[in-house]
Ligand binder design. Structure first.
Ligand code: S3P
Length: 429
């Protein structure tokens, strides 16, 4: 437990931030580089606890991975050269590592056991285990395999046609990765498009994937060829500073090299719909992903509604968007977001409790939030709920609160943004 007390600041935010690498893309770069043939380099990798879990898991399976800060070199020898790990694999807080690795491990000829921290141990795995079992996987664990620890007895898999029952890129990715090791063609159908980093990065590693409407298909038994990956800045990390500048009067911030993949840019659409003054400069495509610098200036905001296909495009940003909504005139409604209940914590409950303690007017619904703005926030003691994004949201709230906010444990922030307070301090000077 690492408590942090944040004092109110009564001045505008100014400056430029180089946002750390994208977490989703960083995880995938290690996974795909480790099962590919040849040497993969990764530039601007996110050096955080969650991403180190992925590196350590492949090291435990015999892959040589060199790291110098945000530069990674992976000496891949193909999936068949991975060795059976002697010890259980530890996934810490990382749901993405656990769910995607289940897809990889299910089809490899080895026995593995997977465990995680207190938060990950409560997160449902049946969303991945169920389709993998349909493919012939052998997975055992608590509650019929719904919760970690899990044991995977890897074996030959068969392909499936799978309608994804949840809007989840992790589930889509796990099934596609298992499909890579299966006989035949595996197809997944999405209800709503979710982040597509698995599909675009697999293509960069030479894998053929076909997209037909909402169907994505992959032929089994394709080999991956090493490549060089550039990881864009994480828009989910940038979101905290986008909101900070949008709510602290007279602020102006520039965020460099942020990933602008349209499956991830819902936060920008919401800011614009609320009236924010935001623009993109130096837009380019780098390493197959669109990136650019985002410049945002303070502007008075009005409420909006967030629902439907927009939700997967900003699912991780909802805690900070809820804070944003407390500073906008009118009632913001967030619905179709029941997935928030199975994140690092139940984020619908956690956001409601936290913002209410800070003086906001928030109603919890089954699948979202109703936020009545604009409210003056005040200080209080709040929790992080073992959730990095809750701790960062409460930290940004302190910028507009009238008195200090004490957060019980900020250590989860290291899972996705270890330099968060360095960047925050730099812009409040
Ligand atoms: C992720 C997918 C999302 C997101 C998570 C990262 C990924 O989860 O919330 O932070 O990298 O695929 P779901 O797939 O469960 O929606």
């Amino acid at each position: 437990m690492k408590e942090r007390i944040l004092q109110p600041i009564n001045r505008p935010l100014q400056g430029t931030i180089e946002v750390p690498g994208d977490k989703s893309i960083s995880h995938r770069s290690i996974m795909f580089g480790s099962i590919a043939q040849g040497t993969t380099t990764v530039d601007h990798f996110l050096d955080s606890e969650d991403c180190m879990r992925t590196i350590n898991i492949f090291r435990a399976m015999g892959v040589t991975i060199e790291q110098q800060g945000s530069s990674i070199t992976i000496h891949g020898k193909g999936s068949q050269s991975l060795t059976e790990p002697v010890e259980p694999l530890y996934f810490g807080n990382s749901g993405t590592t656990a769910r995607l690795m289940l897809g990889i491990l299910a089809g490899l000829p080895m026995f593995t056991t997977l465990y995680g921290d207190i938060s990950l141990t409560k997160r449902p795995m049946n969303r991945v285990v169920d389709p993998l079992r349909l493919m012939g996987a052998s997975i055992a664990g608590r509650s019929q395999g719904n919760y970690l620890p899990l044991a995977v007895d890897g074996r030959r898999l068969k392909s499936i046609y799978y309608h994804l029952p949840v809007k989840s890129a992790q589930v889509k990715s796990a099934v596609l990765l298992a499909g890579l090791f299966a006989e035949g063609i595996t197809t997944v159908t999405e209800i709503s498009p979710t982040r597509n980093h698995t599909e675009s990065m697999l293509r960069a590693f030479g894998v053929e994937l076909n997209k037909n409407g909402s169907d994505i298909s992959i032929h089994g038994k394709q080999a991956l060829t090493a490549t060089d990956i550039y990881v864009p800045g994480d828009i989910s990390s940038a979101a905290f500073f986008l909101v900070a500048a949008a709510i602290v009067p007279d602020s102006q911030l520039k965020l460099l090299h942020v990933g602008l993949n349209e499956t991830r840019t819902g936060i920008m659409d919401v800011l614009l719909a609320m009236g924010a003054d935001l623009r993109i400069e130096e837009e380019q495509v780098k390493g197959g992903e669109r990136i650019g610098n985002i410049i945002i200036r303070y502007q008075e905001l009005t409420a909006t509604t967030i629902e439907g296909e927009m939700v997967p495009r900003l699912i991780d940003e909802i805690p900070i968007i809820a804070l944003l909504a407390t500073q906008a005139e009118g009632t913001t409604v967030i619905k179709d977001a029941a997935e928030l209940r199975v994140k690092e914590t139940d984020r619908i409950r956690a956001v409601t409790e936290t913002l209410t303690k800070l003086g906001a007017s928030v109603e919890e619904t089954e699948d979202g939030l109703i936020i009545h703005g604009k409210t003056q926030l005040h200080g209080n003691r709040v929790q992080s709920y073992h959730d990095h994004r809750m701790a960062m949201m409460a930290s940004i709230a302190s910028l507009v609160a009238t008195s200090e906010i004490a957060i019980d444990d900020i250590s989860p922030i290291a899972t996705s943004y270890p330099r968060f307070y360095d960047d925050l301090n730099q812009i409040v000077q």
